[in-house]
Design a protein around this ligand. Sequence first.
Ligand code: ADP
Length: 507
Amino acid sequence: QDPRGHGQHDMRPQQPPGGSFGLKTVRSPNDKYTFSNLCAVHSSNIPPSRDGSDLYLLIKGKYVLSALPTNDPKLEPGTIGLSDPQRTWMQAAVNDVLDVQPYDPFSQGARSYLGNMDVEVGFAGRKTPSDPYDQDELAQAFVHTFRNQIFAPGQQAMMDFKSVPLRMTVRTVELVDIASLNAAGGGEQMTSPQARGIITPETSINFFKDAKSQINLRGSNRRPAANSVIRPDFKFEDMGIGGLDKEFSDIFRRAFASRIFPPGLAEKIGIQHVRGILLYGPPGTGKTLIARQIGKMLNAREPKVINGPEVLNKYVGQSEENIRKLFADAEKEQKEKGDESGLHIIIFDELDAVCKQRGSGAGGGTGVGDSVVNQLLSKLDGVEQLNNILLIGMTNRKDMIDEALLRSGRLEVHMEISLPDEGGRAQILKIHTTKMRENGKMARDVDIQELAKLTRNFSGAEISGLVKSASSFALQRHIKGGTVAALSDDINEMQITMADFLGALEE
Ligand code: ADP
């Protein structure tokens, strides 16, 4: 068991005492840092971490780099190794002492949004080749150079492209509302001056000429699917899930923090991406909502969903076949693309159904449960291990889940989703009454806070049911009796009142 208590990894960044500290600038100790946003630091103020969420540095209060803590003998203690472009970018000279501070992009909770960036390109030096630059190539170089770096509008960055130094100025960072994301990667877009984005390999960048240096651009901009962007004021409630902000941001950090790192970096630090999550707690509390939301946030593709009893109810041999199918796409992509494969999310509802009979002759003595669990194990960290999957298991009974499945490297992050407290219930009530409020169908006397008090021990699903039932009470008032029931003429004035809610509560 985890010494921290819940069998969960604590992935909060460890803040060193004193906040910021000085590090002496030296040249990068190694070529591999030259064209990336990765810097090497040798400092006891930056503890090595397992998950990487504390591995961003805020330098001079302004520039963000991802950092690789090292005790490379080429770096003296108390130094930060920066490449030429990095030093130019942050206007630092060798031997300067820089103000450095660990930086946690997730400190305000979870807020991953997706989007595009508009970037102005100009020559940083005097050299002005007349050949036009191919935008696809430029975008590739940009992503390669700044992968994982956080950008905000107005920010400048230097990069070398075909040995010519370029100055990149971010015009806008465009965010796509994750809640509205569709399978094709589209969704409602918005721009905000506060938006900050993390560059990922999928980031789509639109280039513009910088007015001064008149660079020539050719080719169309690439518009790939999804890139992760951080929005400062994101609330989970905005996605229609109430009362679970804390749970969500915890899980988001644990399951997602390592995912924003390039695969190479994760390996260097010895991080294993989380490949499995277990959500457990009473029914109707939003586990499915969260699982689907995580799926959307990590990957625009639709998650695959399967449920335990359904797996077991099939003919002999069919259960194994179902599981095999579930992983087939991930397997195929891993074979073809290796590390570059996209992430496949698999949601396994009622996972306990395939576990509880393990070892005691599952599925009525056929051993089906055993082989299903074994198959899951082999995909997670066994002979057929897949590195491109995130398995989200769900159950109302954590005690029924096979211990073997819960070990590190398997469904290692466990998150309890419990019944909402009063604040959570108020949020859920608001979410489920959004439509009627927006359309003026909710009477003024409806007191959400009071209803939140009265719905003790209600799950999210039950609150949703209560709202529906209140609506039917209101509708009842507009049904005229007689031989044939008909709606009264004032049906358009129908409003749902506090009395309707109280009536629904009595039911
Ligand atoms: P679970 O998977 O935990 O059994 P679901 O996620 O399927 O529960 O929830 C069922 C329905 O109940 C949801 O579709 C939603 O309408 C409502 N619901 C449950 N929890 C919440 C919540 N925290 N916020 C908003 N709605 C919720």
